[in-house]
Design a protein around this ligand. Structure first.
Ligand code: SF4
Ligand code: SF4
Length: 398
């Protein structure tokens, strides 16, 4: 399946200019004397070549060979997008029991069809005990129309204490029954502690982490330690909040349209030495084109400048989940979690996912209104306007 003309046009009208020598040497297609690619020269017809040219990486101790460009199915509404992704050579697909109100696994199964065994398939369970974890797994296998998953993650467990003995037993049982090949944990916050714990404990094979251009070198070091210990590293949240759906009046709007920020952001993730594969959330053919375009060329100084400028713009909005403000809210709110739920709505246009997550907070947290605080005790060193953003989350979700 090939992308429509509109997506190619979008790139071209966005003024996409690739360095002539770099583009032609890497992809084997010509460029105009101005460096502007014409439709006939655009890389989308060569998508399988583009993705397949990325050297495969080994997913830590699992030994699984994965393309560094993977596919996050969390918001993918249409199997045909997945079908085309498989055509291109993408071979790592990540979903979860909880995504799309339980419909994501079914969508992924429809997109993979008979090619399920050509790919590395990962799903997740939010369960926190053995019985519910195993029940979730059986549901996942049924929905995914498969006998086994390659990687089974515990979903959003940001503290070692959240991994109970029963959950470890469930992983063992699932492996013994042949339903799961490798085990993993996904988390968005407290990441450095979780990676260090995983590296030492040796109980899990793969970590799914939130890692993008907004993060500092301490995260690089934590990933290096984990990767050296044999943990496979899957990178999510590569777009630092996305923010694709801004109003034209927003200063972000023109930046996102003109600068190819999402392409640059994914190039950054693909360039990281301790990332084995990435799972950018892809929900339409244009976003798949962005991912393929990102894979077509190594990160450049232009990409880096674009990302630096973009980071300045998203500073007041985007919480990078660094946890430096943990415990600072006088009302005990889990600030990083609430801001992540807001990002689902504001950044990824996944309002339902944001609200559902917010509604799972304890009642005393849901009842708090930041507007009632005389002064916010949370000072974000990265420039997030915490009380404004929290108030917006409460207005949208409570
Ligand atoms: S609000 Fe700021 S300090 Fe708190 S987790 Fe987010 S980025 Fe870190
Ligand atoms: S304004 Fe909100 S985030 Fe800040 S201290 Fe008050 S309740 Fe906590």
């Amino acid at each position: 399946m090939k992308p429509g003309k509109t997506s190619r046009r979008a790139f071209l009208s966005a003024g996409l200019i690739l360095p002539v020598a770099g583009a032609s040497a890497r992809l084997g297609f010509g460029a105009t004397t101005t460096g502007m690619l014409t439709p006939a020269e655009a890389p989308f017809e060569d998508a399988p070549t583009t993705v397949a040219k990325l050297p495969m990486r080994t997913l830590g101790r699992t030994g699984l060979k994965v393309n560094p460009l993977g596919f996050g199915c969390g918001y993918t509404p249409d199997p045909s997008i997945i079908e085309r992704a498989v055509d291109t050579g993408i071979n790592f697909f990540d979903t979860a029991r909880a995504y799309l109100q339980g419909n994501s696994e079914r969508t992924l199964a429809a997109g993979l069809g008979a090619r399920r065994k050509q790919v590395v398939l990962a799903t997740k369970s939010l369960a926190s005990d053995k019985a519910n974890a195993l029940k979730d797994l059986d549901t996942s296998l049924r929905e995914l129309k498969t006998d086994f998953v390659d990687v089974w993650f515990y979903h959003d467990k940001a503290e070692p204490a959240k991994i109970t003995d029963g959950m470890l037993e469930a992983q063992q049982v699932a492996k013994q029954q042949g339903k799961v090949r490798f085990s993993g944990i996904s988390f968005h916050s407290n990441q450095q502690q979780m990676l260090a714990w995983m590296a030492k404990a040796g109980l899990f094979d793969v970590a799914m982490v939130a890692y993008n251009f907004s993060m500092d070198a301490t995260m690089d070091q934590a990933l290096e330690i984990a990767a050296k210990a044999g943990i496979g590293i899957v990178d999510m949240k590569t777009m630092a909040g996305g923010f694709r759906f801004q109003k034209p009046s927003s200063p972000l709007y023109s930046k996102l349209k003109q600068d190819g920020v999402h392409v640059s952001a994914l190039r950054w993730a693909l360039s990281r030495p301790n990332v084995h594969t990435t799972v950018p959330g892809i929900c339409d053919m244009d976003q798949l084109d962005d991912a393929i375009l990102a894979a077509s060329q190594a990160i450049s100084t232009t990409d880096e400048k674009t990302l630096a400028a973009h980071l300045e713009l998203i500073k007041p909005l985007y919480c990078r989940m660094c946890n430096q403000c943990e415990g600072a809210c006088q009302k005990g709110l889990p600030v990083a979690d609430v801001l992540r739920y807001l990002t689902y709505a504001d950044g990824y246009r996944q309002f339902a996912m944001g609200r559902e997550s917010f509604q799972k907070l304890p009642a005393e947290h849901r009842a708090v209104r930041c507007g009632d605080c005389a002064e916010c005790t949370v000072q974000c060193p990265h420039g997030v306007k915490v009380s404004d953003r929290m108030a917006r989350a409460q207005e949208l979700f409570a």
